[in-house]
Design a protein around this ligand. Sequence first.
Ligand SMILES: *Cc1c(COP(=O)(O)O)cnc(C)c1O
Length: 222
Amino acid sequence: MIMHIKNNLDKIRTSISKDVTLVAVSKTKPISDILEAYDAGQRVFGENKIQEMVAKYEVLPKDIQWHMIGHLQRNKVKYMAHFVDLIHGVDSFKTLKEIDKQAKKHERVIYCLLQARIAKEETKFGFTLTEISTILNSEELKILTNIKIIGLMGMATFTDNLDIVANEFSLLKTFFDEQKVQHSKLKILSMGMSGDYQIAIKNGSTMIRVGSSIFGARNYIT
Ligand SMILES: *Cc1c(COP(=O)(O)O)cnc(C)c1O
């Protein structure tokens, strides 16, 4: 058997700094692929559908850290509240409240990233930067004792124009650094996917979410 996944992982790992966390995005991929990455030492995996992540969590080794990177359906947060390690895609205050409520039931603190809308596309989810700073400074946030916002996440515009991509990442990095001065809990800047993680790292990303460059192309769009 040719170990494509291990080779791909090795290639990415050797090309990035040790300070950057690699999230292996395994959405739509089978358990066998995840195990191949696991056997190559990968422990952090990302999924974008709660049910799919739960199903995989249940059968896979328990030292895997599961990251939810997709748009969240509030009514499904409860299914992952007992094990999810980091939620990247928080894009409404209502969702934060729901995560807090479900985390309380399990006596946990769930780490979250606020998703910033940096892309030009209308379709991308997320808060404006102004909304993020309002939330970080709000009294309402202080009441949510079972969530902790430890960073920001952003997705660049889907374009071949790498200047646009770099600009969007750089904008978020500048904002992140400004916010960090007042909010020392902010540690993680999740930016970069298969097509743009090098640009993202150059612009200050500390966590990249890479799927197809590890596992190969997905069969369908999610
Ligand atoms: C699918 C997905 C990724 C990974 O995309 P690739 O291009 O396959 O690396 C990263 N982030 C999010 C939010 C995703 O949904």
